[in-house]
Design a protein around this ligand. Structure first.
Ligand SMILES: CC(C)(COP(=O)(O)OP(=O)(O)OC[C@H]1O[C@@H](n2cnc3c(N)ncnc32)[C@H](O)[C@@H]1OP(=O)(O)O)[C@@H](O)C(=O)NCCC(=O)NCCS
Length: 321
C-alpha cells in the first residue's frame, strides 16, 4: 500500500465524500459537528489551512486531519470500511503524527469508518510511541419511557440546588477541573481550566446538542461560596437526552451526591418527554461506570482514542526509527 498523499489541493468531490462519511458516522454516535462543518472542512483542507493526508475514495478512501490550539492538537483519522481499512488508518495516522510541528506537546486522535476492534488495534499500535496510549470509551444508554416518572431524589443536606445557567462559566469550569484532575478524561480533554472553560461554553451554547436548562443543575455550598457538584444535559434528538457532564467535588465524594445529580437529571429527561438517556464514559472511570450501571445504563457502543503527551526529551510523537 502506498503512503497517503497530502490533501491540500485534492478534488472537491473526493474531499466532500470523505468528510460527508465522517459526518454521517459522527451523527450516528450523536457527536455530529455543527452545520457547515463539511463545507468548511473541504475548503480548509484544499487550501492547506487544515493539515490533512488522504486516500481517494477510488483507492479505498480515508483521511487524517488535525486542528491545533497552542501546543495541543486534536486529530481525526477516518478510513472507509473497505478491505485493508486498519492498514490505511495506521498509515494515515502515522503520516499525520510524523508531520506534527516540533512544538506540539499534546495530541488526541479519534477514529471513524471501520470497526472498533480494528480501532483498538490501530490505537494500541500507535500507543507504542513513547508518551502514547489508547483510551477506550463506551456509550451507555438507559431507557426512561415507557415507565412511571421516577420519584424526586431528596436534596443533599447543606447544599443548594441552582440552575446550571445561574452559575458562571468560570465556576463550572473550575469545578470540572477539580473533579477531573488527574483522571484519564482530564488528559484527553486537555486538563487545564482554559480547556474546561471552552468546553463549558460550547455545551451551554448548544455545541453538542441543544442545551437543556431544565435538566441541568449545580450544587452550591454557600459558606464559603463554592460549587460542589453539577450535571449538564442536552438533547441529541427529540427522543434522546444526553448527559454531557457530571461532576462532584473530590472532597464531597461518596455521599450519594453523584447519584442524586444523575437521578435528578434522568427525572428531568423523563418529565421533558425523552424516552432514552445516553452518555459516553471512559473505560477506566470505574466510579462513574458503576454509578451508571446501577441506575440502569447499559453499554451500547465503544470507540477508541489515541492520546499522546510529550514525555521529557522526546521532540515528537514519532516512532524511534
Ligand atoms: C462519578 C462521580 C460523579 C460520582 O460521584 P459521588 O458523589 O462520589 O458518587 P456517589 O457517592 O453518589 O456514589 C454512587 C455510586 O457510584 C459508584 N462509585 C462511586 N465512587 C466509587 C468508587 N470510588 N469506586 C467504585 N464505585 C464508586 C458506586 O456504585 C456508588 O454507589 P454505592 O455508594 O451505593 O456503592 C464522581 O466520582 C466524579 O465527579 N468523578 C469525576 C468526574 C467524572 O468522572 N464524571 C463522569 C464523567 S462520564
Amino acid at each position: 500500500m502506498e503512503a497517503p498523499r497530502p490533501a491540500a489541493g485534492a478534488s472537491v468531490d473526493d474531499l466532500l465524500e470523505l468528510f460527508q462519511s465522517i459526518r454521517k458516522e459522527l451523527e450516528q454516535r450523536e457527536e455530529a459537528p455543527s452545520g457547515a462543518w463539511v463545507d468548511s472542512s473541504v475548503a480548509e483542507t484544499r487550501s492547506g489551512a487544515k493539515p490533512a493526508w488522504y486516500y481517494p475514495p477510488a483507492d479505498g478512501g480515508g483521511i487524517a486531519f488535525y486542528s491545533r490550539r497552542g501546543p495541543k492538537v486534536w486529530g481525526h483519522v477516518h478510513a472507509a470500511a473497505a478491505p485493508a481499512a486498519p492498514e490505511r488508518a495506521r498509515r494515515l495516522a502515522e503520516a499525520m503524527l510524523d508531520a506534527l510541528p516540533a512544538d506540539v506537546g499534546w495530541v488526541s486522535v479519534g477514529f471513524s469508518g471501520f470497526d472498533v476492534a480494528s480501532e483498538r488495534e490501530v490505537a494500541r499500535g500507535l500507543a507504542e510511541r513513547p508518551g502514547g496510549f489508547a483510551v477506550e470509551r463506551y456509550q451507555m444508554e438507559a431507557v426512561l419511557r415507557p415507565g412511571p416518572i421516577r420519584p424526586a431524589p431528596s436534596v443533599p443536606e447543606g447544599v443548594e440546588l441552582l440552575p446550571a445557567r445561574a452559575a458562571t462559566t468560570a465556576a463550572i469550569a473550575d469545578l470540572d477541573a477539580r473533579a477531573f484532575r488527574g483522571s484519564v478524561d482530564d488528559l484527553v480533554m486537555g486538563g487545564s481550566v482554559e480547556e474546561y472553560t471552552e468546553m463549558v461554553e460550547r455545551l451551554l451554547a448548544s455545541g453538542l446538542g441543544r442545551f437543556l436548562d431544565e435538566a441541568s443543575i449545580v450544587l452550591y455550598e454557600p459558606d464559603p461560596p463554592r460549587l460542589v457538584g453539577g450535571i449538564l444535559d442536552a438533547e441529541v434528538s427529540p427522543r434522546r437526552g444526553v448527559v454531557l457532564d457530571l461532576m462532584v467535588d473530590p472532597a464531597r465524594r461518596g455521599r450519594g451526591w453523584g447519584r442524586f445529580l444523575l437521578r435528578w437529571g434522568l427525572r428531568a429527561f423523563q418529565a421533558l418527554g425523552y424516552s432514552t438517556a445516553t452518555l459516553w464514559v471512559t473505560e477506566s472511570n470505574v466510579a462513574a461506570r458503576r454509578l451508571y450501571e446501577s441506575e440502569g445504563f447499559a453499554r451500547t457502543a465503544s470507540t477508541v482514542l489515541f492520546h499522546w503527551t510529550r514525555p521529557d526529551g522526546v521532540p515528537q510523537p514519532q516512532t524511534s526509527r
